[in-house]
Design a protein around this ligand. Sequence first.
Ligand code: CP
Ligand code: NVA
Length: 335
Amino acid sequence: MTLKGRSFLTLKDYSKDEILYLIDLAAELKAKKKGGAVTSRVAGKLLEGKNIVLLFDKTSTRTRCSFEVACYDEGAHVTYLTNSQMGKKESLEDTAKVLGRLYDGIEYRGFAHSIVEDLAAFSGVPVWNGLTDDDHPTQVLADFLTAREHLGKPLSEMKLAYIGDGRNNVANALMIGAAKVGMDYAVASPSSLLPSPSLVAECKAWADENGSAITITTDPKEAVKDADIIYTDIWCSMGEEDKMAERIGLLKPYQVTMELLRSTGKKTLFEHCLPSFHDLNTTTAQAVKEKFGLSEMEVTDEVFRSPSSVVFDEAENRMHTIKAVMVATLSDTLG
Ligand code: CP
Ligand code: NVA
C-alpha cells in the first residue's frame, strides 16, 4: 500500500485498510522509537531532507508538539507559524502556492474546514488536518491505537460510546473513524448537540458496509451499554467560549461519572482527547467555578484519574500516529 502524496484532511477520504495501515505503521514507529524490533520498512530516518510547516490559528499543546517531535525523530526540519499573512494581507490561494514551493508538507489547525481543503487544492503538497471546526482526524488514529493496545482485540470488535457535545470536531471524527473500521459507535447528547443528520447518514452507509452499528440517543445509559470505551470532550470547543452558560445547562447530565463508567458492567476504558476540565487547576475552570459553582465539567476527577483512564497514553500516541501520517504521505524511503 502507498499513501505517498495524499493529504490527510478527514478519515472520510480513507478506506478501512488505509486507516488500519496507518495505525499499524504507528505501532511500528512506536516500537522503533522505544528501542524495540525495527522492521525493515521503518529502518533509518524516514523524513530526511523534508521541510514541514505547521500553521496554527488555534492554540495547541499535543498536536503542535507531536508534529515537531515526529519531525525531529525522523530527520525533517520544521517551521511553526502562527502569525502568517494568510487571509489577512494575502489570499489563502497565494499563501498556499508560496508554502507549496518552500515546503514538502503543510499542517493546518484552525477554524473553517474549507481552509484545509483549499490549502490542499492550491499548495500541491500533502496537507494534514491538525483540527478544524468540523474534524480532528489525527486524534482518532491515536485513540484507536490506544484502544487496541489496552483491549487487545480488533477495532471491529469494539464499541465506543461518546457522551457530551456529539457534534463537535472530535465526535464527528470518531463517528467517521468508527464507521470506517467497523467499530460500533453510540453517541449520547442533548438533542440540540446531536451530530448532523447528513453526517450520520454518510457514516451509517460506511457502518453498513463494515458490519457495525451507529446509535444516536439522548440517553447516556443507553449509549454506554456494552461499551468498551467511554469517550468525552470539553463542552465548549475553541471558538465557542461564549456558549459556556448554555452548554453547562445542557451538558451537566452528560458528565462522565464513576456511576456511568461502572454501568457498562464490563472492563471499559475512559478516553478523552485532552485538554480536560476535570479539576480546578486551570484559570478557565476557576472562572466556571466562580460563576456557575461547578468544580468538574465533562468528566469527574475520579474517572479521569482512575485505572480505566488511558488519556495520557492517547496523548503519547498522538505523536506516533502523526508521525505515521507524515511518513506514509511523504517518505521516499518507507519500505
Ligand atoms: N488533543 C489535542 O488536539 O490537543 P491540543 O489541543 O493540545 O493539540
Ligand atoms: N473539541 C475540542 C478539541 C480540542 C483538542 C476543541 O475543538 O477545542
